[in-house]
Design a protein around this ligand. Structure first.
Ligand SMILES: [Zn+2]
Length: 186
């Protein structure tokens, strides 16, 4: 939990709420990994499919986190959907950036960087792709992806821009309407 709150935090949260709803629109139920049906689905993925091991480096870890294969943000627009989540250990949950483009690595490149040999990489990649298909993660068209990104960027801008408006409003009210300006607590 952030202790210093910014409008970007709020806007990013709203974008993730949007990507959650879009993901759920492809299911016939909600997908809250912390409770109910969503939790059962998540545990099945983590325990039965991935054997309580990190999907990227293969390590056993008591505390596996949910990782979105296609990143869950306005740049990548990965959906919150069972087919887009895998269990990973804490170090693997940090996506590195490409040295040239500075963009985050895609999950396949990220996975490659965590595997000791080509053979291991191939096996883990196949396992993840099988998981994506078994959970019916929707294969979005180029146009659908563009539309998602445009809406997510617009949502981010709109939520971010609310904060300066509210500060302005407060200042205007304070200077025009508030008469008693005593700063002393009594
Ligand atoms: Zn790992």
């Amino acid at each position: 939990m952030a202790t210093y709150n910014t409008s970007s935090d709020a806007a990013n949260t709203m974008v993730r709420a949007f990507l959650t709803k879009v993901g759920e629109s492809y299911l016939d139920h909600s997908f809250n990994t912390a409770k109910g049906k969503g939790k059962k689905i998540w545990e099945k993925i983590k325990i039965e499919k991935f054997d309580n091991k990190c999907a990227f480096c293969g390590k056993d870890s008591a505390k596996l986190e949910t990782e979105h294969l296609i990143m869950f943000n306005r740049q990548e627009c990965g959906l919150h959907h069972p087919g887009n989540v895998v269990p990973v250990c804490k170090p693997c949950n940090k996506r590195e950036r490409d040295k040239l483009s500075k963009e985050h690595l895609g999950w396949v490149e990220h996975l490659n960087s965590k595997c000791a040999s080509d053979e291991v990489f191939k096996k883990r990649k196949e396992k993840i792709i099988k998981h994506i298909n078994e959970e019916n993660y929707p294969k979005l068209t180029k146009d659908e992806k563009k539309a998602l990104k445009a809406i997510a960027e617009n949502l981010f801008e709109r939520i971010s821009s609310e904060l300066p408006k509210s500060i302005d409003l407060y200042k205007r009210i304070d200077t025009t309407l508030v008469k008693d300006r005593s700063r002393i607590y009594e």
